[in-house]
Design a protein around this ligand. Structure first.
Ligand code: S3P
Length: 416
């Protein structure tokens, strides 16, 4: 199969969530173009509307009219989205609101104690189903400052605290164990918040006046780009270009990993927009070799482990992903889902003390992909199946709608 052409993918999911949420509490009118078109973003938009936000969705642009939000009269449905749940909890608590968050079956099994602990410390009254959704949060008495040492490497938890601290009574700080994506910090700074980094610590001051509105175009999602980069590196005679991709260092660990595996991925046309690095990626075919990926790299590839595990299946040797326990708490237990599907296709893969091992070899048998209703598992194994057998079969094709609804169309655009 040949992989060729040029793609410009939809906007980054993480930046899209943050842009809509922060604009909803900003002063005046914000404009956001190239928003991520997945279902998770719709959950965020619907929730903000339930709290009184005025958001107009045109085909190419979202217009957000900053307003005073109010406590909603109904439960807020976060759907499948962990980012919506954890960031909205922080944002609405900064506005002294009371609200209940619910979600689908997958989201209802994901851990929320990681945000409950700091938010309770900040003065929120929270009840939950033993650390799981539904989560009822009462922040009507306001929030106080916090100095918090992160227990897990999570940008969602960090952002939840930073957003909540905007409404705090004093300066707050968050100390990270391993750096995670910093889009909240960048956007808050651009919108006029007082926020600074001091080593591993992020210091944020309560906002005295409202945040400034924004006018941005969201760069393409590197986590979506990773599927097409992978497709190009595991197929011979590839020549693929992805344009306008977000190249924030905390998000492109997969490029470094792939370059170490012997791939040739080059960046060009680099620039900085609204504090975020953007550029084009060109990928040509490679002679893949296995590597060991250290634990400190994992946060920068956290969403790309499924597709990197697929690439590892085509590499010579055993690739090791160290300390990937967090994968168990994603849209499904991705550690088991990766192993299950690799084995179904005849690739040896196993877990030992939270490290994932993938033995590169021949993809021996065609299998129906078990998605566990997880968008990234679905896309990763579609790439594996398409490359090996020029066909694919999934138990749920719709789940890609969560982050990249046109995945299958893009795929046929670049394959011959
Ligand atoms: C995200 C952070 C990561 C990532 C998720 C998006 C964000 O989650 O997996 O897809 O936008 O902050 P964790 O914070 O749970 O690692």
């Amino acid at each position: 199969m040949q992989v060729q052409g040029t793609l410009q993918l939809p906007g980054d999911k993480s930046i899209s969530h943050r842009a809509i949420m922060l604009s909803a509490i900003a002063d005046g009118v914000s404009y956001v173009r190239n928003l991520n078109d997945g279902a998770d973003l719709q959950s965020t938009i619907n929730i903000l509307r339930d709290c009184g936000a005025s958001i107009k969705q045109n085909e190419n642009e979202i217009i957000i009219y900053g307003k005073e939000l109010y406590s909603p009269s109904k439960e807020l449905d976060c759907g499948n989205s962990g980012t919506t749940t954890r960031l909205i909890a922080g944002l609405l608590s900064s506005q002294k609101l009371s609200f209940t968050l619910i979600g689908d079956k997958s989201l209802s099994r994901r851990p929320m104690k990681r945000i409950i602990t700091p938010l309770v410390q900040m003065g929120c009254k929270i009840s939950s189903n033993d650390g799981l959704l539904p989560l009822s949060i009462d922040a009507s008495d306001g929030v106080s400052a916090i100095h918090y040492n992160m227990k897990v490497a999570s940008a969602q938890v960090k952002s939840s605290i930073l957003f909540s601290a905007l409404g705090g009574n004093n300066v707050s700080s968050v100390n990270e164990i391993i750096p995670t994506r910093n889009h909240s910090e960048i956007m808050l700074k651009n919108m006029g918040a007082s926020i600074e980094s001091e080593g591993s610590k992020i210091i944020v001051y309560p906002i005295k006046s409202k945040l400034k509105s924004i006018d941005i175009s969201v760069p393409s999602d590197p986590s979506s780009a990773a599927f097409f980069v992978a497709l190009a590196v595991i197929n011979n005679n590839s020549n693929l270009k992805l344009t306008n991709v977000l190249l924030n260092d905390s998000r492109i660990g997969f490029i470094e990993v792939l370059n170490k595996m012997n791939c040739l991925i080059t960046k060009s046309n680099e620039s900085v927009h609204n504090g975020e690095k953007v550029g084009d990626l060109t990928i040509s075919a490679s002679n893949l070799k296995a590597i060991e990926i250290e634990s400190k790299t994992i946060p920068s590839i956290i969403d790309e482990v499924p597709i990197l595990a697929v690439v590892a299946a085509f590499a010579k040797g055993i690739t090791v992903f160290k300390s990937v326990e967090e994968l168990k708490y994603k849209e499904c237990d991705r550690l088991s889902a990766i192993i299950h599907n690799l084995e179904a296709f005849g690739i040896n893969a196993y877990e030992k003390n939270n490290d994932l091992f993938v033995e590169g070899g021949k993809v021996e048998r065609m299998s129906k992909i078990t998605t566990f209703d997880d968008h990234r598992i679905a896309m990763a194994f579609t790439i594996l199946s398409l490359t090996s057998f020029e066909k694919y079969e999934l138990d749920n094709m719709q789940c890609v709608d969560i982050s990249l609804p046109n995945f299958f169309n893009y795929l046929s655009e670049v394959t011959k």
